[in-house]
Design a protein around this ligand. Structure first.
Ligand code: PLP
Length: 401
């Protein structure tokens, strides 16, 4: 008998479990709108041309070796990643107040940041939006932080509950960490306006709340990398401190390469250097050092202005296709006379639409129409195509009538 005989079967991950169920379904007409991964009009995963080109250059360069990277990762990658999120002429970077370390995509960056906070930051409570990406509470709790939520989404308007957000952050204890989605909030697709961001900034700074930005979709929301980084830059510009986790999974399509970065903006260069020394102590016993291939792709593209431009064009095309899917789905529901207000489909931002469909309606659509999505009614617009929009519209129509 196994020494592990008493181990109980764990439930599937609520998001990745959708794909497991999808893969088991033999129906040829099935559609997977669960996982947040970009698909082409043909429903295929996409490797960007500029990524293929960068990889080719790396392969052809025989001087490249497979030595270990430093604990903090590839130096060029870290430098360029900080510029990408904080801006080319960021004073914080120029003043050497930013430490950036390469981590395992967005999740790993959040985890390293959280582990650092649990060890070196007094106020170990983190406020996360309600709702948020399903992995957030687990990452932060397992790192040793105390997780609380702040109101974010209003089901009645399918928009931002700004008043609730302000009330909850106002009553948070001074110094608490606040997780903010930099843009394209997952799962709601609802972002504050620039004016609201400014009010959030003033409130947070007045209460010494520490911002921890999760930037998993820079460029995916508007199609413009600078516009999508605006909220982060607003906070960095006031000279205050913050953390930012970046992922290249979506915006460069590097999902499985696991490329990301954690930046901590500090008050002084001296503090930033000490913080970096402690980040190394977090990383070393966890995975020693990060992988080299994906970060080399990113650094190659970010360092070369011509490749960078090619990337922005390909990124914009992905964002535009998603926006076009929003319009097509909205039109298809209008044509069917589907009851209800569906304007949120075109108003929401980024990869996901938070449809407002409930668990029973989602289960019905999966059973009768072989459409797979998370049970909270979130659909990945990037998984849709002109071919599958009518099927989804039929399913939604049947589910609500
Ligand atoms: N944060 C948010 C809000 C996300 O939606 C995701 C991915 O779905 C991530 C972080 C992390 O993704 P990854 O670890 O693949 O970069």
């Amino acid at each position: 008998v196994s020494v592990f005989a008493d181990v109980v079967q764990a439930p599937e991950d609520p998001i990745l479990g959708v794909t497991v169920a999808f893969n088991k379904d033999p129906c040829p007409m099935k559609v997977n709108l669960g996982v947040g991964a970009y698909r082409t009009e043909e429903g295929k995963p996409l490797v960007l041309n500029v990524v293929r080109r960068a990889e080719q250059m790396l392969v052809n360069d025989s001087s490249r070796v497979k030595e270990y990277l430093p604990i903090t990762g590839l130096a060029d990658f870290n430098k360029m990643s900080a510029k990408l999120i904080f801006g080319n002429d960021s004073p914080a970077i120029q003043e050497k107040r930013v430490t950036t370390v390469q981590c395992l995509s967005g999740t790993g960056s959040l985890r390293v940041g959280a582990e650092f906070l649990a060890r070196h930051y007094q106020q170990r409570t983190i406020y996360i939006p309600q709702p948020t990406w399903g992995n957030h509470p687990k990452v932060f709790a397992l790192s040793g932080l105390f997780v609380k939520t702040y109101r974010y989404y209003d089901p009645a308007t399918r928009g931002l509950n700004f008043q609730g957000l302000v009330e909850d952050l106002s009553s948070a204890p001074s110094g608490a960490v606040v997780l903010l989605h930099a843009c394209a909030h997952n799962p709601t697709g609802v972002d504050p306006t620039v004016e609201q961001w400014e009010q959030i900034r003033q409130l947070m700074r007045s209460k010494a709340l520490l911002p921890f930005f999760d930037s998993a979709y820079q460029g995916f929301a508007s199609g413009n990398l600078d516009a999508d980084a605006q909220p982060v830059r607003l906070f960095a510009a006031d000279g205050g401190e913050l953390l930012a986790a970046q992922s290249y999974a979506k915006n460069m399509g590097l999902y499985g390469e696991r490329v990301g970065a954690l930046s901590i903006v500090c008050k002084t260069a001296d503090v930033a250097a000490k913080v970096e020394s402690q980040l190394k102590l977090v990383i070393r016993p966890m995975y020693s050092s990060p992988p080299i291939h994906g970060a080399s792709i990113v650094a190659t593209i970010l360092k070369d202005s011509e490749m960078y431009n090619e990337w922005t064009i390909e990124l914009k095309a992905m964002a535009d296709r998603i926006i076009s899917m929003r319009h097509q789905l909205f039109e298809a529901l209008r044509e069917r006379g589907t009851p209800g207000d569906w304007t949120h489909i075109v108003k929401q931002i980024g990869m996901f639409t938070f449809t407002g469909l409930n668990t029973e309606q989602v289960a019905f659509m999966t059973k009768e129409y072989h459409i797979y999505m998370t049970s909270d009614g979130r659909i990945s617009m990037a998984g849709l195509s002109s071919k599958t929009v009518p099927l989804l519209a039929d399913a939604i129509h049947a589910a609500v009538t």
